[in-house]
Design a protein around this ligand. Structure first.
Ligand SMILES: Cc1cc2nc3c(=O)[nH]c(=O)nc-3n(C[C@H](O)[C@H](O)[C@H](O)COP(=O)(O)OP(=O)(O)OC[C@H]3O[C@@H](n4cnc5c(N)ncnc54)[C@H](O)[C@@H]3O)c2cc1C
Length: 579
């Protein structure tokens, strides 16, 4: 299947004017001092920081695959991102003959994005190649893909993340997992057994409770036998079910009283006997961002589903999926920041004001370098988690190494999800301001990135929920905090500011009574220390110095552009510039 895009996006005419010469003429004047478009660009080879972090955390060589993907992201996929968001998914409840079909139609650009990603293994790489570096490679792919279109990232991440949860149920996994992990995109609305490639969604959130899934009211009744792997019918609803054209959905429902706990189910779009399943799309959500992704409200009126994992332990089963999607939120928000930054640096390099190029003006240098530091710090800790995921998959590494990475990533994923997703919105706005008035105009990508920027913070556990999760993890097993602190200590001995910051961090855990009230400030401090120690250990020296001396002392201000004067802003901007 070959999906081509039929509509052109934004003012691509400027690509022809790459030389930025004043040859473009409007009716009354010459057009000059207008930057060129950044695209076409190579999302991998133009990104020095990404290439460095892939190298730092990866032992295998995946550069050719990433180069190929990077070229696509900066050309046809970038174009497709505009079209897939301009031409929204359309819901059709019935066919023209009056049959109920529950069909969502997407623009060809959406399919191009999905097809390219799935054929490259964006949804499957670490499951099909369990070698060191596979998670890092996939994260790099997601990082690039999300710069073109974060919306398709939703079904891609859910498909990727569903694998460990479905693996809990061998009799279902044997039929589904080979097709979920196949690099085949098949968007046809036909039963799962007729396809070679399957996608997976997730439906937990209900009207009366999203963060608190225990408030769910959806009820599952066994068709015959009860228990793991058996068939049930579900009655209830889900208030958010993104990507409803997926082939199956991981869903939570009760089989008995609330005390018995929720169970996890795999609900296929078509029943095994070839009939349409009783999952009815009520409507699509009219969202402010993430527009290419169809988020729907659904009702189950006796919908067929198999129980996955132990009865009453559904939250534990699905949490493995959730921890993967939370990691992907870190990568996705880092990607939004990267693309906004690349646009801001590119634009300001081609713009002069008050007689000088903006890149030569000290205050703009301070803002751009501060943004670049933030962006690279987000990428650094995202890749650190990807590395942890790689390590825990290796059978030949020492058990204590694997245990450290497991404990570290348990708490670090929640910290990173909270912090990066929170920072993205303010960051994106600041990049818009660098671009000036045209930054808010829809024919460039900034408005779309800005509308996208709060989504990851709310989805998959909002800010407070992440902070409470950090506390819960620490209370359940205090050794996860020890593992996190051991990681932070690896950054000691380089900058006194960092050493002092780390010392004061342990004081945060003296007053346990007020910990919940202070959870945001504690998690924020942990996040900053983690970003600093990752940059100190592995990062570019100018970026690490700038981060430590702006974020860990009293110098840093509330907004970007408050770096102290000894930071090498020119080197930092040059490193972040899309080459
Ligand atoms: C674009 C998009 C796509 C989505 N797709 C899906 C999907 O495919 N499947 C799915 O299941 N869901 C999906 N969701 C839903 C999303 O996961 C929920 O919106 C989210 O989990 C929050 O739940 P809620 O909306 O019910 O908010 P609530 O749970 O009502 O939370 C409201 C606020 O209260 C805070 N809060 C909650 N508990 C506490 C506490 N104890 N202390 C302090 N503060 C607290 C939260 O942090 C939040 O800020 C999607 C959401 C978006 C925006």
């Amino acid at each position: 299947m070959n999906h081509s895009i039929s509509s052109k996006h934004h003012g691509n005419e400027s690509v022809a004017n790459k030389q930025n010469t004043p040859s473009m003429s409007a009716e009354t004047h010459e057009v000059f001092n207008q930057p060129t478009a950044l695209d076409p660009f190579d999302a991998y080879q133009s990104d020095t920081a990404l290439q460095d972090w892939v190298k730092i955390f990866q032992s295998t060589d995946s550069h050719d695959a990433l180069k190929r993907y990077g070229q696509r992201v900066g050309t046809d996929l970038f174009e497709a991102g505009f079209a897939a968001n301009k031409f929204k998914p359309e819901f059709k409840s019935h066919s023209r003959f009056g049959e109920r079909i529950d069909q969502v139609d997407f623009h060809p650009a959406y399919h191009l994005l999905m097809q390219t990603a799935i054929e490259a293994g964006h949804h499957s790489l670490p499951w099909t190649q369990k070698k060191m570096g596979a998670h890092v490679t996939r994260a790099a792919m997601e990082y690039m893909h999300s710069q073109a279109d974060p919306g398709t990232g939703c079904p891609l991440t859910m498909t990727f993340a569903a694998v460990p949860a479905i693996a809990h149920q061998p009799n279902i996994a044997k039929d589904w997992l080979p097709k979920i992990t196949a690099n085949v995109y098949d968007p046809r609305n036909v039963p799962f057994y007729e396809k070679q490639g399957l996608t997976i969604g997730m439906a937990m959130t209900e009207k009366q409770g999203g963060s608190d899934v225990r408030a769910n009211t959806t009820f599952a009744t066994a068709i015959d036998k009860t228990g793991p792997g058996e068939a049930y019918e579900l009655v209830g609803h889900k208030w958010f079910c993104s990507a409803p054209m997926c082939d199956g959905f991981l869903v939570l429902a009760y089989t008995g009283s609330k005390e018995q706990g929720l169970s996890c189910f795999l609900l296929p779009r078509w029943r095994p006997d070839g009939r349409k399943n009783e999952m009815y799309i009520q409507r699509l959500k009219d969202k402010m961002g993430n527009v290419s992704n169809a988020s729907s409200e659904v009702e189950y009126r006796g919908a067929f589903a198999w129980m996955i994992g132990e009865e009453g332990r559904g939250v534990r089963t699905i949490i493995e999926m959730v921890s993967m999607t939370r990691f992907d939120c870190m990568v996705g928000s880092s990607a939004i920041m990267r693309q906004a930054l690349a646009q801001a640096i590119h634009h300001t390099s081609g713009r002069a004001a008050f007689g000088a190029n903006l890149h030569d003006q000290p205050l703009m240098q301070n803002v751009l370098a501060d943004l670049a530091i933030e962006s690279e710090a987000a990428l650094a800790i995202s890749m650190r988690i990807a590395h942890a995921l790689d390590v825990v998959q290796q059978d030949d590494l020492p058990a204590d190494t694997i245990e450290h990475e497991l404990k570290f990533s348990r708490v670090a994923t929640a910290i990173g999800k909270y912090w990066i997703c929170k920072r993205a919105a303010q960051f994106t706005y600041e990049c818009m301001e660098c671009i000036g008035g045209v930054g808010v105009v829809e024919d460039n990508i900034l408005p779309r990135l800005y509308r996208e920027s709060p989504i990851n913070a709310i989805w998959e556990g909002s800010g407070n929920v992440q902070c409470l999760d950090v506390l819960r993890a620490m209370q359940k097993d205090p050794s996860v905090l020890d593992a996190f602190m051991a990681e932070l200590k690896k950054g000691l001995g380089v900058y006194p500011v960092f050493d002092q910051y780390l010392k004061s961090l342990s004081e945060e855990f003296v007053d346990l009574e007020s910990l919940e009230f202070r959870a945001r400030s504690v998690v924020e401090k942990l996040a900053l220390a983690w970003q600093a120690c990752t940059l100190i250990q592995f990062g570019d020296a100018s970026v690490a110095y700038g981060f430590v001396h702006s974020r860990l002392n009293q110098y840093g201000g509330y907004y970007y552009g408050t770096l102290p004067k000894d930071v090498d802003v020119k080197a930092i901007i040059e490193r972040a510039r899309a080459k």
